[in-house]
Ligand binder design. Structure first.
Ligand SMILES: [Cu+2]
Length: 350
């Protein structure tokens, strides 16, 4: 009995010390986020109505540390109900912040707000998305964004990383582009494909130098993806934020909708390398190729040939959130992801 008591006391003491150490380092991080009706230019000549978190697709980057207490006030500025599901978070003792309409909360009505509160216990590449009428709101209206929780301890491989890149893959249906409240049917034609809300040639190069070790955080937001970098192998280190026991190399990585993989690529082969989704029709814009989920890894010091498809391209260095991830923890918006206010809203002076 005394042995039992002393071991129980010891266990309680360890738990208390553990909780204290989390509490001692945990920060309270308070954010506000809106949901807005905007139009997103996805590909040349193709614009679609979306509900953008902070008016952008992907939504803003949440970047916090393991153990932080997160509070997010979400304001619904649109004409239909929404919620926010924090995909991957355990919601320990905070199940009312899981963001599922009619299960954990009522949908947030137009003009209303809801506050989500939870502790960031699970680490890695997580994300968030609306959970109202998911086929439309997530499938065709861009209601998703990245949520990165930095672990207290990094693996040996992670410590080698010199540059980060976040890529969120999605598809679009032009038939419902102009009409809210439609779309998301299993048989509908998805004919535009994008990375971070843009189709080639509107995607951006990823500029690297020889010796860089790039961690790609890959998110299959709405479509299956077969990620294929030319000229390099990718080492798979994490699946859905969880470290894999034995990291392994691939040159094509299959991802089902909702899945996230972290892969590390050592930049050891200078050149210009296409990287693309290997589903053949995903590299076209409504049947015209090249397009869709394509970008190019550009090593510095490689000269732009006159015929290079992206010669003299305007360069946006934060398109893969490489710059935002270097900033202090917080919520980071990206101008390149912003949609345009709809013309009728502008006329109404909203
Ligand atoms: Cu929604």
């Amino acid at each position: 009995m005394s042995k039992y008591i002393s071991s129980s006391i010891w266990q309680l003491a360890s738990i208390a010390v553990g909780m204290f150490s989390i509490a001692a380092h945990a920060e309270l991080r308070q954010f506000e986020m809106t949901i807005d009706e905007v139009e997103l230019e996805v590909a040349p000549g193709f614009t679609t109505k979306v509900w953008g978190f902070n008016g952008q697709v992907p939504g803003p980057l949440f970047h916090v540390a393991e153990g932080d207490d997160v509070e997010v006030v979400v304001h619904n500025n649109t004409t239909l109900n929404h919620t926010v599901h924090w995909h991957g978070q355990y919601q320990l003792n905070t199940w009312r912040s899981d963001g599922v309409p009619d299960v954990t909360q009522k949908g947030i009505e137009p003009g209303e707000s809801y506050t989500y509160k939870f502790k960031a216990i699970k680490v890695g590449s997580l994300w968030y998305h609306c959970h109202v009428n998911v086929p439309e709101h997530v499938g065709t209206r861009g209601m998703w964004g990245p949520f990165i929780v930095e672990p207290k301890k990094q693996s040996r491989l992670e410590k080698k990383v010199t540059k980060e890149a976040i890529l969120m893959f999605s598809g679009w249906n032009p038939e419902v582009a102009d009409t809210y409240g439609e779309g998301g049917h299993p048989t509908e034609p998805i004919s535009y494909f994008s990375i971070n809300g843009k189709s080639f040639p509107m995607t951006q190069p990823l500029r690297v130098k020889e010796g860089d070790v790039v961690r790609f955080r890959l998110f299959s937001a709405t479509i299956p993806v077969a990620f294929h970098p030319h000229g390099h192998d990718a080492i798979v280190t994490h699946k859905d934020g969880l470290p894999v026991e034995n990291p392994y190399p691939v040159d094509v990585l299959s991802m089902a909708p909702g899945e996230r993989y972290d892969v590390i690529i050592e930049m050891d082969n200078p050149g210009r390398w296409i990287t693309h989704d290997h589903y053949e029709h995903h590299v076209s814009n409504n049947g015209k190729e090249p397009g869709g989920a394509i970008f190019i890894i550009e090593y510095e010091d490689i000269e732009d040939d006159d015929w290079y498809v992206w010669k003299d391209k305007d360069y946006e260095p934060d398109f893969y959130l490489s710059e935002s991830l270097k900033k202090p923890y917080g919520l980071h918006n990206t101008d390149a992801f912003k949609g345009k206010e709809e013309p009728q809203r502008r006329r109404r002076g909203r």
